[in-house]
Design a protein around this ligand. Sequence first.
Ligand code: CAA
Ligand code: NDP
Length: 291
Amino acid sequence: MGMKIIGVIGAGQMGSGIAQVCAAAGYQVKLSDLEQARLDDALGKIDQNLKRMVARGKLDEAAATKAMSLIETGTDYSIFGNSDVVIEAATENEEVKRSIFKALVPKLSPTAIIASNTSSISITRLASTTDRPEKFIGMHFMNPVPVMQLVELIRGIATGEETFEKIRALALDLGKTVAVSEDFPAFIVNRILLPMINEAVYTLYEGVGSVEAIDTAMKLGANHPMGPLELADFIGLDTCLAVMHVLYDGLADSKYRPCPLLVKYVEAGWLGRKTNRGFYDYSGEKPVPTR
Ligand SMILES: CC(=O)CC(=O)SCCNC(=O)CCNC(=O)[C@H](O)C(C)(C)COP(=O)(O)OP(=O)(O)OC[C@H]1O[C@@H](n2cnc3c(N)ncnc32)[C@H](O)[C@@H]1OP(=O)(O)O
Ligand SMILES: NC(=O)C1=CN([C@@H]2O[C@H](COP(=O)(O)OP(=O)(O)OC[C@H]3O[C@@H](n4cnc5c(N)ncnc54)[C@H](OP(=O)(O)O)[C@@H]3O)[C@@H](O)[C@H]2O)C=CC1
């Protein structure tokens, strides 16, 4: 039986993007977060994105209206009772994810798959906190979800082949391309990308270049679509730091040491675009470098 109903936990930038692409592909979507206000924000953002796609001729109006009508929100996990798969996209924190799975599992149908969009945390370890490690998998979308082509798939040690095939088919049906990673800290993309971003923060910290110089250098010198500091702000500095901690702890190599300046920004609550301040200040019309 094919999948029909997809649950999404966490309505931040990733959860809302995942909900959008699933609904646009015709799946029924159940989206949850801690606060209804956050869910209303997410619905607003999804609606805006779909309307932009209509304006650019990428989607017809009826399809956008249909997609919006397929998304149901709620703050209680009972909305996931008939979901075929639940994709967890809450904050990058192992304790948060563990407590979500603990509360979620009793509400699920026994056949439901749990997929985590974690950027870095061991799928094997997360799976072991549930009653269904063979039905647990890493399904790692990239940001912005509607635009980025890749989904990384990560099998935990116990992930069943049927689970893997179902989730691979889902990713393909969403129009994505799959790359398979083994279950090691931060998988493939973030094992490579986040140390680069962390190094860019060290480059700033040591005074090698200004925010603007570093981002201009990498955009024009290496043809990256965004500079590394702009990208860090886009990902969220809390998420960047969390991934560096997982790399540092999981691989026990000092080369993954989080830059103290990154730590300080997160401690200040300067998390990037989502808080209007990170390496850039986003409160005005155009982002302004802060160093
Ligand atoms: C941390 C992790 O675990 C893993 C990660 O995700 S790491 C982050 C991975 N992502 C990246 O590296 C992104 C790097 N940046 C880029 O590729 C580009 O800057 C970008 C695609 C985000 C924007 O591209 P751009 O050419 O500068 O901007 P723009 O022309 O405005 O956008 C291109 C298209 O994307 C759409 N778009 C841009 N941002 C969007 C968003 N947040 N949501 C939905 N659509 C978006 C635009 O509407 C536009 O669509 P059209 O072609 O229909 O006009
Ligand atoms: N940012 C990125 O570029 C990428 C991130 N990811 C991963 O996706 C996940 C989400 O990241 P992202 O969307 O950026 O983060 P955001 O901070 O934008 O969103 C996280 C959301 O989860 C909510 N949340 C926190 N705790 C719970 C809970 N117990 N139950 C339900 N919801 C909860 C948060 O609510 P509140 O704000 O109220 O705490 C927030 O709305 C993380 O695992 C991250 O590593 C994966 C790929 C790319």
